[in-house]
Write a protein that binds this ligand. Structure first.
Ligand SMILES: Nc1ncnc2c1ncn2[C@@H]1O[C@H](COP(=O)(O)OP(=O)(O)OP(=O)(O)O)[C@@H](O)[C@H]1O
Ligand SMILES: [Mg+2]
Length: 511
């Protein structure tokens, strides 16, 4: 048990302790303060570290530094009793009391001069039962890893997730880890939209979801390009595209909007095919001359662009949405690799799929007996600020607002949370906050977080690649997390799978 120092003040929300000379502790480290009078422990997080000295007079620091500088090059200056007089002061936020197996919010003071020590694995045992079945990494104390697994419950998927970090801090690595864990767990659906085309095989030097041992059984892949492994081709039937999908993606004037609705009313799910097939003049006739030729021309031009993309077919038998929904309902991971597609096509495919999933789950909701057994689904979107700039408008912001009731969650991944609408961001119950350089981004997350992280500004600023804080109403405090490196997590999965297989066979030497 590493004894660090003793409490010297200051209030119930803000503790300070004096540490022994030379005793190193870090920003973000979780320490234990022993309440010996009541036989319980207080966990506290270091939020700042200051210099301290038993010094006579206010100008002692300046005088001593001056003496040292005078002595430099002349044999030095020997400070007397350095180890007794110099120390560090840790400023801490109390997290809560651990009393037996229970954890309580810190509402009372610990006794004066209580002992402070470094936390050990056993101090965090109470957290184990609160960790969900979707693993993300290990508990972190400063930059030290504590062998306690940190994860979230898949049941929390419909409460929406935000993953935020500056570029290169480990968002995609975290997403691959969560997806691999979902495959291993096999209880939840996950639709992974991958506009960078980096998840299947992994970026050069990295591994991808195709390397997950369970991928063959638990992952369905769609792509518009050739991938090094089994996959389906992205192909949406024109019958699966609704007017609202186009309205979600492009600006239309009121007149064009009305014309679109009129086409949908006249032709049902054939509306796009009919609009593509007929000349503008014919369509005006078919819609009883209620619309100007110019409006119809604009609509036709846009539809032609979609039909010419090669991603949309006139064949009504082709149904990518059906396959995706079936896989999600069987608790599989569906990877849609749109890496080679221009943004307008990528967003069309993503929008149609997300809308189809939400609508389908809404229909199941009407049948409570079936709904009970429907696995929650999480739709993950990279560069989510593109589609979440306003609370109204896209299917993704609609899912953030309405998905919870129907077991459909959104996982928004972004480098710039400040570009996401405030109301949308407040819907994310779980936040994974990785290193974020921009203060405005951090401020937004501080306000949106379900736990008070206002004291953690210093820690968030010093997060290294793969280090994160997880906030959610399901954990007792903002949890410091060291996300698994995906490749290491895979190795561990393979090892534990081998272990399982060996165990499953008859015990050698048993007979
Ligand atoms: N938890 C981790 N442990 C070790 N290395 C990591 C971890 N997370 C990420 N890395 C490494 O850091 C690099 C960048 O990670 P990643 O691609 O996940 O970042 P990103 O936030 O998605 O970046 P971008 O914004 O460019 O998409 C990768 O080489 C990855 O292997
Ligand atoms: Mg990335």
């Amino acid at each position: 048990m590493e004894y660090l120092g003793r409490v010297i003040g200051r209030s119930v929300r803000h503790l300070r302790f004096r540490a022994f000379y030379g005793m190193e502790f870090q920003l973000g480290e979780i320490l234990v303060i022993e309440d010996e009078e009541r036989g319980r422990r207080l966990l506290a997080r270091v939020i700042d570290i200051e210099y301290g000295a038993d010094a006579p007079g206010d100008d002692w620091w300046e005088r001593t530094a001056g003496n040292m500088m005078q002595g430099d090059g002349k044999g030095g200056f020997e400070m007397r009793e350095r180890e007794r007089r110099l120390f560090e002061v840790g400023a801490c936020t109390p997290l809560g009391f651990v009393d037996g197996g229970t954890f309580r919010k810190p509402k009372v003071l610990v006794p004066h001069f209580s002992k402070v020590r470094r936390a050990e694995e056993a101090d965090f045992a109470f957290l184990t039962e609160k960790m969900g079945d979707i693993e993300a990494g290990l508990l972190r104390s400063g930059d030290r890893k504590v062998p306690i697994r940190v994860g979230i419950s898949g049941e929390a998927f419909p409460h929406h997730i935000g993953v935020f970090a500056t570029t290169g801090m480990g968002k995609s690595n975290l997403m691959k880890t969560l997806a691999a864990s979902a495959m291993r767990c096999g209880r939840y659906g996950m639709l992974v939209l991958d506009p960078h085309g980096e998840y299947f095989a992994g970026a050069p030097g990295c591994k991808g979801l195709s390397h997950v041992p369970e991928a063959a059984e638990r992952m369905v892949v769609f792509s518009s390009r050739s991938l090094p492994g089994a996959h389906n081709t992205i192909k949406i039937s024109a019958h699966e595209i609704k007017v609202e999908d186009l309205l979600n993606l492009q600006e239309y004037s009121d007149a064009q909007r009305e014309a679109l609705h009129a086409l949908s009313a006249a032709f049902g799910n054939e509306w796009m095919i009919q609009a593509h097939t007929h000349e503008s003049e014919e369509l005006v006739e078919m819609l009883h001359k209620s619309f100007f030729l110019e409006s119809i021309n604009v609509i036709k031009r846009r539809i032609k662009r979609i039909m010419d993309s090669g991603k949309v077919t006139r064949d009504r038998e082709v149904s990518m949405t059906r396959t995706v929904i079936d896989a999600l309902k069987s608790a599989k991971v569906v990877l849609v690799d749109t890496g080679s597609m221009p943004e307008h096509e990528e967003l069309l495919v993503s929008t149609v799929l997300a809308r189809a999933v939400l609508e389908n789950y809404q229909r199941v909701y009407e049948r409570p007996e079936d709904f009970k057994f429907l696995p929650p689904a999480l739709i993950t979107m990279e560069e989510a600020q593109r589609v979440l700039g306003t609370s109204k408008g896209t299917i993704f912001s609609r899912i953030a607002r309405e998905g919870r009731k129907f077991k459909v969650g959104l996982c928004a991944i972004s480098q710039q949370p400040k570009l996401i609408d405030n109301q949308v961001i407040s819907q994310f119950n779980t936040l994974f906050i990785l290193g974020l350089a921009d203060k405005r981004d951090r401020d937004i997350l501080r306000d949106a977080s379900k736990q008070d992280i206002s004291d953690l500004e210093n820690e968030i600023q010093t997060l290294m690649v793969g280090e994160a804080l997880v906030t959610s109403p399901f954990v007792p405090f903002a949890l410091p997390l060291a996300v698994y490196k995906f490749e290491d997590y895979l190795d561990e999965m393979s090892a534990s799978q081998k272990g399982k297989k060996q165990k499953a066979g008859p015990d050698k030497g048993f007979y």
